[in-house]
Ligand binder design. Structure first.
Ligand SMILES: NC(=O)c1ccc[n+]([C@@H]2O[C@H](COP(=O)([O-])OP(=O)(O)OC[C@H]3O[C@@H](n4cnc5c(N)ncnc54)[C@H](O)[C@@H]3O)[C@@H](O)[C@H]2O)c1
Length: 361
């Protein structure tokens, strides 16, 4: 008999691509999605495959979750509130309370969920791992406004005053999130792994790095530099690169992320564990801009004028050795992520108007 996979947030970027992969694998796919703005500006997105059972509903609503869970064998919990807005309580309401409610209903109704995969984030680490010159490992908390105002971008060791060296951050690193989204993701994965273990619901938390590719809503302001650079260059305007552009980031293609999702679904060794899901490579923000510029055949330069945003991460890149041991091997090139995203964004309704407004953000 065919298995049924429920994907919360399945109309979104990662959810819809995962839905396509699950359909190919022979699953019935059901999504529960609130089609929230600003992510969804045009209602139900046209890219959702016809075979998907679409339930409109909110992960904060008991009735909606219960309806969606009935008859499901496996669950991908992707619905989340991601933004920079100072509506602090909403991050916890959607991301943490929604997750607790999901487990509450599975336990209450004794639902036979065989696997629950949760989308966590690299944001749980905040600044990630660094090493001092004396060899000590540190996970610093966010940079002070005072040091940013002095344009002192890098962390320095309080003992010798020398710059700390950024390291690959693995799953054992201390979690020092520095925004409400990151804190809610820590809460979300703690709730899921704890309740999963307690009630024998095989649970896996995946800490994605920055995911890129088509279907990532350009209205999602949390979606990062690819959206900013592409929309600016298409609009003919210069995007701002914050600080000095030397921030290190790790970007991963959506199709590699989908592979990781399916891998942990099918491998029982992943149960009750946390995995980083990244590309295993790093780029500076400036070098990433150069690649976008080349891909778009643009000669528009960026603005790099020491502007900064309080709360930005200096460097973060994830160590993926743990998931590699399960057989994960990211293979998509960054140029593919950029090219496919840029092509897709131009197919959106009212693209010209859209690009003019987004090219200013
Ligand atoms: N895209 C990334 O780079 C990235 C990185 C790390 C972690 N993540 C996590 O992966 C998951 C999926 O992210 P995405 O990039 O596909 O985001 P997305 O915004 O494209 O998709 C999220 C979906 O959740 C839905 N949703 C939001 N609130 C809801 C609610 N209360 N009830 C029901 N549905 C709701 C939205 O309508 C949307 O379709 C999220 O949990 C996110 O935190 C994403």
């Amino acid at each position: 008999m065919k298995k049924t996979a429920l994907i919360t947030g399945g109309a979104g970027f990662i959810g819809s691509h995962t839905a396509d992969a699950l359909l190919k694998k022979g699953y019935n796919v059901r999504i529960l999605d609130a089609f929230t703005k600003p992510v969804h500006q045009y209602g139900i997105p046209g890219y959702l495959a016809n075979e998907i059972e679409v339930l409109r509903g909110d992960v904060r609503k008991r009735k909606n979750i219960y309806e969606a869970l009935k008859g499901a064998d496996v669950v991908f919990h992707f619905a989340a509130f991601q933004d920079y807005l100072p509506v602090f309580s909403r991050y916890f309401d959607v991301n943490a309370t929604g997750t607790a409610l999901l487990y509450e209903l599975i336990v209450k109704h004794n639902l036979p969920i065989q696997k629950l995969i949760l989308a966590s984030s690299q944001a749980v680490y905040g600044e990630g791992t660094y090493r001092c010159n004396n060899g000590h490992t540190v996970c610093p908390s966010q940079r002070s406004i005072k040091s940013l105002k002095k344009h002192q971008w890098d962390f320095v060791c309080p003992h010798d005053g020398l710059a700390l060296k950024p390291q690959w951050t693995n799953e054992e690193a201390k979690r020092v999130p520095h925004n409400s989204y990151g804190i809610s993701k820590v809460a979300q994965e703690s709730i899921a792994l704890n309740l999963g273990k307690r009630y024998s619901i095989p649970t896996v938390a995946l800490r994605y790095s920055i995911v890129q590719g088509p279907r990532q809503s350009p209205f999602n302001l949390y979606s990062g530099v690819l959206r900013v650079f592409v929309t600016h260059l298409l609009a003919g305007t210069s995007p701002t690169i914050y600080e000095d552009g030397k921030q290190l980031r790790d970007f991963i293609n959506i199709y590699d992320v989908v592979k990781a999702n399916i891998l942990v679904l099918e491998d029982a060794r992943a149960d009750y564990q946390i995995f980083n899901v990244g590309s295993g490579k790093t780029w500076t923000v400036r070098s990433f801009f150069d690649i976008v510029q080349k891909q778009l055949n643009s000669d528009i330069p960026p603005k790099i004028d020491k502007t900064f945003r309080v709360g930005d991460t200096r460097h973060i890149f994830s160590d993926i050795n743990k998931i590699k041991k399960l057989g994960f091997a990211p293979f998509r090139r960054i140029e593919e992520s950029i090219g496919e995203y840029a092509k897709w964004v131009q197919t959106l309704p009212h693209f010209d108007k859209l690009i003019t407004s987004l090219g200013k953000t």
